[in-house]
Each structure stands twice: as C-alpha cells, then as structure tokens.
Write a protein of this length. Structure first.
Lengths: 536, 528
C-alpha cells in the first residue's frame, strides 16, 4: 500500500490537525473534523505565508475528492502526464474511509458515503471506472451490466424498526393502514413512471448526471416548490410515507422535504433507473470501507509523481496561467500551472479564489446551504443480540428517528459465522435546525454530547448497556459543511450555472456544482474538467 | 371469614416455636436464593450470555421480591401464620418444579421460553418477597423486641443466602444437577410449612386440609426428585428423539450426539447431520463419483464436514497424498478426533498423517491461502440462514474456483432435490453463474430421504464412473447411473431460467443482488 493511501486509511490517527482524542465510559473516542482548521484559517483571514519553493505543471487539480481524483484518473488514462493532483485537507473527501485495528485484524469502515446505486445509462464515466475496477464484470455500457456479487449488497439488505419491531425493507407496508399502504404503492408507481418519462426535448425528465436532465420548463418549475408541498398537492398524506421521505431526504440531501425542492426530491427517485443483469432494480453497490474503495481504485491509477500533499490557500490568474499558493507540512509553496481545476467545495473556493465573482458566482448570493453531518464508527467486540426473526441487515433504520440508522462494515464478508469484531457506522445529518446554527453549536459540543447525537439509533435499538458493553472504540467524523442542500431555486442558481460552464484558466469540478453531494455528479464534473483541460 | 382463635396460645417462655421460626428463616432464605441461582444458571445454559441472563434474572427476582414485600401488608394480622404456610407450600411447589418445567418447555417449545422464564421468576420472587415480612410479623406479635427481631431474622436470612451461594456451585449443581436441586429446595420449603403447621397446629384454621395439601406437595416433589433424571432425558428426547450421549454448545452451534441401539446420530442446532446406519450412502455419494474419475488427484480440500466421514472416504483413494479439512468449529473436529467412539466412526481419519485439520471460516481461509487442490468437497450445513447462505453464493464458488487445479472438480452437498427442489436447483444455477459446468445427482439416504449433490467442473464433459477401485457399500455401476438421472416429468424439478435472472429468482425474499439459495423450510427464505 502506498504511504499516502495508508495515511488516508489511518485517517485521523496521523492527521496533524482537527482531531480530538477523548474518552467516554473508558472507551476511546476520536473526533475528526477534516478541513476545519484549514478552512477556518481562510475564513478568518489569517495572513498568508510566504512561499519558499515553486512547482510548475500544466494542469493543477486542487482537491482530491471524487471530482479531483476522477479528473486526475481521466488525464492519466488519456495519456497526459503534465498535471499535478493536490491532496487538499482531506484526501478522498466525502468518500474517505478509515480503519480500526481490532484484536482479530484490521477492519475498514467508511468516514463518509458508503454506497453507490446501480449507475444510470448516462453515467458512462462511472461505468467505465466500475468496469476497470472489476465491479462491473461484463457489458459495462449495456442496459443490464453484470456486476460483481462481492459488491452487490448481500441479503438481508435493509430493515426498519417500526412500531416496536424490526421489519424487512425501509418503507412499512403490512404494518400501516390499508389506505396508507395504497398511497405507498401509488407513490412508488408514480416514481417508476417518472423514471421512464422524457421531456419535450427528448431528454429524461430526471437524470443522473443532473446536467443531462430535460430542460422542459413544465418540470423544471418544480424547482420552486418544496418537496413536501408537492407531496401534499398530489394527495400524499400518509404519515408513514412522510416519515419515510423525511428520512430519504435527510439521508440523501441532509435536509427534510420541507427544505428540499420538489425537483430534487423527485430526482432522487427518478434520476437513475439503473439495472443489473444479476440483481434487482434498486440494489446498491457497497464495500466495507464504503466509497473509499472507489477512491482508492482511482488513486492507484494516478502516478505517485503526479500527486502532491498540501492544500491551496489562494488562486490567482496571471498572464501565463494560474498561480496557486499552497501549504503542506513543510511550509508554503507556489504552483504555476497553465490551467487549474478547482475540485474543492464551493464554500472553500469562495475563500481561495478571490475573483470568483468574475466567473459569475457571488458567494453571498449563490452559495448553497450546506448540511452538517456526523459519521460515527463504533468498533464492536461481538454483535449485539438481535431478535431471531429479524437478523441484522446491512442498513438498519429506525422509523421517525432523527438519526439515519447504521450500516455494518463486515456485512459483505464471505463468512458463515459472524466475525469476532465488527464496525457499525451510524449516520446523522443535523437537520433539526438551520445549518449555520447547527454548525455553530457543533463547535461547542463536548465529546460526550457528540456521541449522544451519533449513538441515538444504536442506543434505541440495543440499549445503552448493551451498546457500551460491546463498544471498544468510537471514531466520529464531523463534517460541518457535509453537503450542499438542493433547496428551492438550486436548479436555476445562476452562480452554479456559470461555474458549470466555466472554461477559462480556471475550471470547476465538484458535486456542489450539481447542488447536491453524489458520487456520480462529482465524477461527471471531474470528467468534464479533465476533458476541457486536456484540449487546451 | 376468620375462624375463632379458640386454641390456647403456647405458654409464654416456651421459645422453641419462635426458634423454629428463626430456623425457618434460614431455610426459606436458602431456598429463595437457590431458585434465583437455578433460573440464572438454566437460562445461561440454554440461552448463553451468562452475564446478561444472570443480571436480568436477579433484577427481575429482586424487583418481584419488592412487589411481594409490598403485597404482604394486605395480609390480615389474624391470617399471617396461615398465609405464611400457604405461601411456603406454593413456593415449594413452583420453585421445586421450576428447573424441570423450564427445561421441558425449552425442549418442546422454544418460542415462549423467555416469557415463561421471567413469569416464573417473577411469581417466585413475589412469593419469596412475602415470606420474611410475614415471619417478622408473626414474631413481632409474639413480643420479641423489634430491634432484636430485625437483627435475628436478617442475620439468618443472610446466613441462609451464604450457605446456598456456596453449596450451589460447589456441590448441588455439579452433583445433583439443576432439576434435582430444584426439587430438593422445594421439599425444604414444604418441610418448613409442615413443621410450622405442626407447632402452631392450635392456631391454624383448617389444619387437616392444609396438612393434606402439604403432604401431597411433598410427595409430588419427592416423586419429581426421583424421576427428574428421566424427565430430563425425555426433554432431550423431545428435542432429538433419542437419548443424548454427548451435547455441547460452542460459540458457533449446539452439537448433540444421540444414540438408539446401534444408531448414532449427530445433530447441529437440532438438524440431523448423519445417522451412523446410512451415512455411508451419503458420504460415498459425496466423494467417490468425483474422486474415482481423478486418478491423478493428489490433494483434496474438504470444507465443512468436521465429522471426518467425508475424509474417511477420501482416504480410501491411495493416490491422494494430502487432505486438508477446514471446519469452523474446533469443538466439532476435536470431538471427532479424540472421542474414542466417534473417531471410530470415521476410522480415525482426522488423526491420519495425510490429513491436516484447520479450524477457520471457509471464506476467510480461502481468501487468505493460495493452495490449489484437485478436488474440493463443500460439505456445509444447509443454507438455512443468511450467514450459511454465503457459503452457497457466487463469490464463494468463484473463490473455490481459484483454489481448483485446471482439471479439478468441485462437489457441493446441495440439500434435497425432493424436499427443497428450489434450493437444490438454485445451487446448480449459482454454480453455473460462477462459471462451472454442473452435473447434479442424487442418492437415497433413508434417514434424510432423497439427497442431492452437485459435481462442478471447469471443462464440459464429465462421465460418471462405471466401476469403483475402492470398496463401496452403496455405490455400484447401476446405482451411479441412476444417481445422475432425474425424472423428466417431475414436479419437484422446476425449470430454473439459467439466464441473467438467476440471481433475482433466487432472491425473491429481498432486494439483493447476491445469489442466495436457501432451504424452503426456513421462513425468511420463502420462495413464491
């Protein structure tokens, strides 16, 4: 394993900044806040350091999340050699993973996103990557590619704690009133119909990548309407459906259906429509380390010499190209590049690129709201007891909980017996209050209070005694600016439209350009930037 | 209705009856703790996780005692002695049979066991909780000073607890077993009732009926004490049908060996694994059709099959130089290596120098080793849970394929084509999905019924052997020919679409992609 990806896996263990080591009931608790120190220094206008060395390259890629890595992979794959991938404060970004060294061996776990839906026909770059990584085994660009069953989520995949007991699937059906169950069916049928429908321009109404969705005004006007209002207008009143969609929106977008636009809410259901030769529709792809499996696959395909530690502090355009002031552990340095791809979140770009307004993006007006997230990994000694008729699933969700449930990192292991140790990864979007307010509060929380927020579902499912009895270590990743929320107006945000079209010395590549954080969107913008940068 | 207190009280100064009550406190306290320990030990033994079982039992019991103490205030002052005796009889009866009752319940009906356990513990706790308050009230009425009374009663209460807490783990549980210990303490409670009844016979209403009841309960418990060993055997027979000669619970499974006349049977988690009367049919069919066609085979891998019976058949082939057995459970392979009788069944195969025994999860071992084998035999338990289902999945068969030499053969025990046809044909389809050519076959094993196997090869063209170079009891040319034939019009052989939808067909119970196969007998795996 290369040193850099080892560091990425070891996560906070070697992170020089933004990490707190605490304890709860004698259990070691590590709190990792990627990018917090670096980001807040920029925000607070800390004086810039003086560079002591210089680097020259053709294309500088600033940030190594999914967009940056995809751009680098694409350039390398097309035979380009004259580029430099700058890690940024958190390599792999929202797709980062981590590792516990348990007594029975290393256990990988996600620190961010943990699954990928079956890709849409239009996500050609993603399909190409999956084929190269062996996740797609045959016919990568067909309607029904054949996927590796190592990555297709194993049974049982989902269960829901509803009305005091666990049930299969995440949407309760047999446990609710017949009328409500009828609404569930109607909703799912309507979503299946929207998945197939095309607008007047012949494009699919909703598509991943978002940029290929229909421009049909009749449907795009749904961008102005909150998803909840759309549901009510369509006669969807079943409380169980609303609770489920609240969960779906928070899980996907970091905010509830009252904040998310109807266009975005429908896009989640109707945007992909991917199939598999050997799996049912709606199946997902997952790995013990989450999407870090994919970023590792991308990273090993980028020559080590093209990768550079450090993060950008300031980007200026010069007569010759772009000058980037960067900082790494050894100090500050300048990168002179012909062109640069800003593969960083937009709230960071707003600080790093002082002339962002010249590109048509005014941070004060165009920056999307960003949801704060917690990703908490619990290293467990043995598995908590489960009811015999409802075995532990890969994804375990509690109906109506503020948490987003937890996934089991060892679920995909080929083991007949349960392993001696496992990792439960619990997710929580702090959607109860306005994002900025939630972020302010996050900064003041103690370790115990963070744990209280992160462990809400596990405690409800197993009880505090059973949970803490089994827990050997906890690692919480705090993502204050976890993901852009596709609220009303996101689709027509002129700032985003301008950055999407940018083709100057600066190019932009990040899921933020789509207004929400999804692997395929980041990959799309990374591909686009690489293509444009290579052509110049 | 209170009978008149016409009998003369015992003369003042006669302290014997009161001393007797104090002695009763000692016995009652011993019994109270004993039932708690029995319930805790029994549930740990049957359900595992002793910390959880003991703490929840103790919690429930202590809480119930509190409820009992509270309820004791509703007992009328005039009835205290009579109620105490009634409660003793009831505690003796319920406490006495508790262990045996729970054991029988567990054997025959697994589902309501926890409910019954906690209900029983709660009822006992309530009754035991009433005992000491009632005794104190009896004694208090007899003019003992309150401070002395409290001190004496509680002293003997705690002494009784100490006695049992030492006796129970050191003597009673190991020597008598839980059932008989229960009956013994039940009898002690009844004895307290009887002697109290006798000494206060002048104060107790309806003496005769109480004496009769006490004697009946005593006789019943004594009968139980004598018969409890038989009852326990019945319970195990309820589970397995035969007498259990060996049983153990490992972290992975419950292993039980039963014997009836010359028939020895192995059960794992209550499922029959083999019967010594006809296991040779199963194991000959599992091994020889493949190995007979591989005269060049030097190395064989057996996955599962910790009973060593498949290895015994493999070792009959002299060309095989090394056999590797990978079984999850060390208790299983130890049992069939060390136990004289059971290792006799496999002809000491697991001690053979050609054999290497490894205890590991098959998937883990295959992932972390690179050895290549000429024959792989997958003799796993039926895919009746999600965990076991992974052993029958495409990734697992692909992994096995990586450990197979170019002309190597994989044989998979594939459940019954008769009782679980969908599982059987799903395994066939899964093997094909994993890139194998399959040759399904079946053999008649009376204790199992019609049983199925799948012989999988990398290259097409396998021909079943027509002669065997090793001694066989079941297989011959004709049997072998028939084994590879399936009736053409057989409702038990559904046509499985061997196309891209195989996995979907196999996974109707869940929106999963992985190919899973399962025994229809298990609820979560219903195929519609």
């Amino acid at each position: 394993m290369r040193r850099r990806s080892f560091l990425a896996l070891a996560g906070m263990a070697f992170s020089p900044s933004g990490c707190r080591r605490l304890e709860h009931l004698g259990i070691p608790l590590a709190v990792h806040q990627p990018g917090l120190v670096e980001g807040h220094r920029l925000r607070d206008g800390t004086p810039l350091p003086t560079p002591t060395r210089e680097l020259r390259t053709g294309v500088a890629i600033l940030g190594s999340g999914v967009a940056g890595l995809t751009a680098a992979w694409r350039l390398a794959r097309d035979g380009h050699d004259d580029f430099l991938l700058l890690d940024g404060p958190e390599p792999d970004g929202n797709a980062a993973g981590g590792r516990f060294d348990s007594p029975s061996g290393p256990l990988l776990h996600p620190c961010g996103a943990h699954y990928l839906p079956l890709p849409s026909m239009e996500s050609r770059g993603v399909r190409e990557l999956l084929f190269e990584l062996g996740v797609i085994e045959a016919e990568p660009f067909s309607e029904h590619p054949r996927f590796s069953e190592t990555a297709l989520v194993h049974a049982p995949d989902e269960r829901l704690f509803f009305d005091g007991a666990w049930h299969e699937g995440l949407l309760p059906t047999e446990q609710v009133k017949a009328e409500d169950a009828g609404q569930h069916r109607r909703f799912l049928a309507e979503m299946a119909d929207l998945t197939r429908r095309r607008g007047r321009d012949g494009r699919r109404l909703f598509c991943v990548p978002k940029a290929l969705s229909s421009m049909d005004a009749e449907w795009r006007q749904l961008d102005a309407l909150p998803f909840r209002d759309w549901l009510v207008a369509r006669g969807y009143s079943a409380p169980s459906l609303h609770t489920w969609l609240d969960y779906v929106c928070r899980d996907e977008y970091g905010a509830g259906p009252e904040h998310v636009s109807a266009w975005a809410g429908l896009h989640y259901f109707a945007g992909r429509g991917g199939h598999a030769a050997n799996a049912a529709d709606g199946t997902v792809l997952t790995w013990p380390e989450g999407l870090a499996f994919l970023t590792r696959g991308l990273r090993v395909r980028v020559p080590v010499a093209r990768q550079q530690a450090g993060h950008a502090l300031r980007v200026d355009e010069t007569r010759e190209g772009v000058r980037i002031l960067c900082q790494d552990a050894a100090g500050a340095f300048l990168v002179h590049a012909r062109r640069a791809i800003c593969a960083m979140p937009l709230h960071v770009a707003a600080r790093v690129v002082p002339h962002l307004r010249d590109y048509g993006f005014d941070p004060a007006r165009h920056l999307p709201a960003q949801a704060p997230w917690l990703v908490a990994n619990f290293l467990l000694d043995g598995f908590p007891a489960e009811p015999p008729d409802a075995p532990l699933a890969w994804d375990n969700v509690i109906h109506g909980s503020p948490g987003l449930g937890w996934v089991v990192s060892t679920h995909q292991w080929l083991r007949a017996a349960k392993p001696a140790h496992t990792v439960f990864t619990a997710y929580r979007a702090l959607a109860d209050q306005a994002p900025a307010e939630a972020r302010r509060q996050l900064l003041t929380l103690t370790g115990d209070e963070l744990l209280e927020l992160a462990a809400v579902d596990l405690k409800q499912a197993y009880g505090a005694f059973e949970l803490w009895r089994r827990t050997r270590a906890v690692h919480i990743t705090v993502r204050g600016h976890g993901m852009a929320i596709p609220g009303c107006g996101s689709l027509t945000n002129p700032g985003l439209t301008a950055l999407q079209a940018a083709d100057g010395r600066l190019l932009f590549a990040h899921a933020d350009l789509s207004g929400y954080s999804v692997f395929e969107e980041a990959s799309w913008w990374g591909e686009r930037a690489a293509r444009l940068a290579a052509n110049s | 209705m209170h009978p008149p207190q016409n009998a003369a009280p015992p003369p003042a100064g006669t302290r014997l009856p009161d001393r007797l009550l104090i002695l009763s406190v000692f016995v009652v306290a011993s019994c109270g703790l004993a039932y708690e320990l029995i319930a805790g030990a029994l549930s740990s033994y049957l359900l595992g996780d002793s910390v959880l079982q003991f703490s929840s039992i103790i919690g429930c019991y202590l809480f119930a005692m509190g409820v009992g103490s509270h309820l004791s205030k509703y007992v009328d002052d005039r009835d205290v002695l009579a109620r105490f005796i009634d409660i003793e009889l009831l505690v003796g009866l319920i406490g006495g049979v508790s262990a045996t009752l729970l054991f029988l319940l567990f054997a025959w009906m697994a589902a309501p066991f926890r409910t019954a356990l906690y209900a029983l513990v709660f009822i006992l706790g309530v009754l035991v909780g009433m005992e000491i308050p009632l005794v104190m009230r009896v004694l208090h009425k007899r003019q003992a000073s309150f401070s002395e009374l409290v001190s004496r009663v509680l002293t003997f209460d705690y002494l009784g607890a100490l006695a049992v807490s030492l006796l129970f783990p050191l003597v009673l549980a190991p020597k008598l077993g839980l059932s008989r210990t229960g009956f013994l303490f039940g009898m002690a409670n009844v004895a307290v009732a009887l002697w109290t009844l006798w000494y206060y016979r002048h104060e107790i209403p309806r003496l005769r009926s109480r004496l009769t009841r006490g004697a009946l309960v005593m006789a019943f418990l004594a009968g139980g004490l004598v018969a409890s060993e038989k009852l326990t055997h019945w319970a195990e027979r309820g589970l397995f049908g035969d007498e259990v000669i060996f049983a153990t619970t490992t972290p992975y499974q419950r292993i039980a060996v039963t014997r009836w006349k010359d028939d020895t049977r192995l059960h794992i988690n209550g499922n029959l694994q083999f019967s010594s009367r006809d296991e040779h049919r199963y194991h000959e069919a599992l091994v020889h059709p493949a190995l007979q066609t591989l005269p060049w085979a030097r190395s064989v891998l057996v996955l599962g099959g910790g009973d060593g019976l498949a290895v015994r058949e493999v070792l009959r082939h002299a060309q095989v130089e090394r056999v590797t057995l990978v079984d999850l459970d060390p208790a299983m392979t130890d049992l069939f290596t060390r136990n004289e009788y059971l290792s006799g069944l496999n002809g000491q195969a697991l001690s053979n120098p050609r054999v290497t025994v490894i205890n590991a999860d098959a998937g883990q071992w295959l992932e972390t080793h690179s050895e290549v084998f000429d024959l792989i035999i997958a003799d796993f338990p039926d895919p009746s849970s999600f965990g076991l289902g992974k052993l029958y999945s495409v990734p697992m068969y692909r992994l096995m394929g990586k450990h197979l030499s170019a002309r190597g053969v994989l044989v998979v025990q594939s459940t019954s084509p008769w009782f679980a046809p969908r599982s059987f044909w799903c395994i066939d389809a899964t093997l094909r999905e994993a890139g194998f050519h399959t040759h399904p076959y079946h053999a008649h094993v009376p204790s199992f019924g019609e049983w199925g196997f799948n012989l999988a090869t990398r290259q097409p063209g396998y021909t079943p052997p027509t002669t065997y170079s090793v001694p066989t009891r079941y297989l011959d040319a004709e049997t072998t020919r028939l084994m590879f034939r399936f009736p053409p019009t057989c409702s038990a052989c559904p046509s499985i679409p061997i196309t891209s939808t195989t996995s979907a067909w196999c996974t109707t119970s869940s929106r999963t992609g992985a190919t899973w196969c399962a025994d229809e007998s298990v609820k979560t795996w219903t195929f519609s």
